[in-house]
Design a protein around this ligand. Structure first.
Ligand SMILES: Cc1cc2nc3c(=O)[nH]c(=O)nc-3n(C[C@H](O)[C@H](O)[C@H](O)COP(=O)(O)OP(=O)(O)OC[C@H]3O[C@@H](n4cnc5c(N)ncnc54)[C@H](O)[C@@H]3O)c2cc1C
Length: 431
């Protein structure tokens, strides 16, 4: 009998931790593992806001897959159609022709994508905030806007450069907004013609609350703290249009803004719709409690792209969070190994312990095991919790060094937006 081939589709939280678990638990020759992921590294998303704000070096919040998964074969490619009936997956490498890869066991860990709406102008001018390149691009963009505002004479151009709109009040959006505002406010000290009062930050949230992850009280507290910082928090308001970066809100307000960040939720990876896997009405792969794909042999799933029953709240599904993703990956890896060995499988059960969110340097909000924290203690908990969760000792040390250096030296607030145009000078020299 040939060695079973396990294919892990996606190398994010679930993909990387599952592969790591398999690598640790499989005996030599028991199975071979292939991870298919278009990026060369796993992104530790909870640190993206700090990477965008320059508190952390972006390279320190990503974990290189090949270095971490030495016992696995890593393929830098996108997964296309999954034909589970034929035990075959379409692989689209970054360059070259697509090909089909045969497998015995499949782990579906393709995560989520931004949940966008057909809002005029959004596709052209909105920026996402889910990947490391988006965090770097946002940092460069907002610092670049400060340079523009400080150097133009036209007041309209200046006003739109200094107007920053964030749509979506979940933790990704609030942390991104709060960290960026903190950084820009700090950066204005180096500009003789831009002061903090010139900045306009607008948070647009369709529901009547923000940060549902930390509970209603802490959500209200966060709104109050953001408003203290002159951030306009517009609840029960929707973005209706942003054609040519002219923002129109559902409350009738209209203004121009060069920065429109969209963080209004996520949806399961749409590539799943092309597969023959069972999906629910939200496009998520249906999972059973032991993390097998419902009704199928040889297929497993977890994380944001799946509907995993929440055994602590019967009838509900686990929320899309890193907290669940990491724990599910551990159970999933162990269950794949158990199934190869003909042993009984374990069910996934974890009670969500709460959430912590950073609101900029030394500011935060948290609700963990029912305990509410605010201000410095919450911020400190955010840092220590995520540092402890960050994969690999190497990255932990680098992150701690970044934070330590930041205590002695002020934030680095230089825009490297010119990275987008790295060939421009050379091209000019050639003309
Ligand atoms: C800014 C931000 C802050 C967050 N903060 C927190 C927090 O504080 N606490 C918390 O619990 N959660 C947090 N989350 C949520 C958490 O990061 C996600 O729930 C978690 O990453 C889900 O893991 P996953 O493996 O399902 O998806 P991901 O980690 O997103 O992994 C999916 C992987 O699939 C890859 N992929 C996509 N398409 C394809 C394809 N076609 N072929 C192959 N691979 C593909 C992607 O490149 C990605 O690497 C945050 C998210 C964001 C964006």
């Amino acid at each position: 009998m040939s060695t079973p081939h396990i294919v892990v589709a996606g190398g994010g939280y679930v993909g990387m931790y599952t592969a790591l678990g398999l690598q640790r638990q499989l005996r030599k020759g028991e199975a071979r593992v292939t991870v298919i992921e278009p990026r060369s590294a796993m992104t530790y998303q909870p640190f993206l806001p700090e990477a965008a704000a320059g508190s952390l070096e972006p390279r320190h919040v990503v974990v290189p897959l090949r270095r971490t998964l030495k016992g696995c074969h890593v393929v830098t490619a996108r997964v296309g159609v999954i034909d589970h009936a034929a035990r075959s997956i379409r692989v689209q490498p970054v360059e070259g022709d697509p090909y089909d890869l045969a497998y015995d066991e499949l782990v579906v860990a393709l995560g989520s994508v931004a949940r966008t709406l057909p809002i005029p102008g959004l596709a052209q001018h909105g920026m996402g905030f889910k990947q490391i390149e988006e965090a770097i691009a946002l940092r460069n963009h907002v610092l670049d806007r400060l340079d523009v505002a400080a150097s133009v004479s036209d007041s309209r151009t200046r006003r739109r450069a200094l107007t920053f709109v964030f749509v979506g009040g979940g933790y990704a959006g609030i942390e991104a907004l709060a960290e960026i505002e903190d950084m820009i406010r700090f950066a204005t000290r180096y500009y003789d013609s831009v002061s903090p009062e010139d900045l306009r930050f607008v948070l647009v949230e369709a529901s009547d609350r923000i940060l549902p992850e930390v509970g209603a009280d802490m959500g209200r507290y966060t709104v109050a703290r953001l408003r203290d910082r002159a951030i306009e928090v517009r609840l029960e308001t929707r973005l209706e249009s942003c054609v040519d970066r002219h923002v129109v809100l559902s409350d009738g307000e209209q203004f121009d803004a060069d920065t429109i960040v969209w963080t209004a939720g996520v949806k399961a990876n749409p590539i799943l719709a092309t597969s023959d896997l069972p999906l629910d009405d939200k496009g998520r792969v249906r999972a059973s409690t032991d993390l097998r794909v419902e009704g199928l042999a040889g297929a497993w799933t977890a994380g944001d792209n799946s509907a995993v029953p929440d055994l602590t709240h019967p009838g509900e599904f686990c929320s899309p969070s890193a907290q669940h993703a990491v724990r599910q990956a551990r159970v999933l890896a162990a269950n794949v190994v158990r199934s190869l060995r003909g042993q009984p499988l374990e069910d996934y059960k974890h009670k969500h312990v709460g959430s912590v969110a950073s609101l900029g340097l030394y500011k935060g909000v948290a609700q963990v095991y029912g305990v509410k924290l605010r201000g410095f203690p919450a911020w400190f908990m955010h840092r220590t919790y995520h540092m402890s969760r960050l994969p690999t000792f190497n990255k932990k040390v680098r992150v701690v060094l970044d934070w330590t250096l930041a205590l002695f030296f002020r934030r680095d607030v230089v825009s490297l937006g010119s990275l987008q145009h790295a060939r421009d000078d050379f091209d000019r020299a050639n003309t």
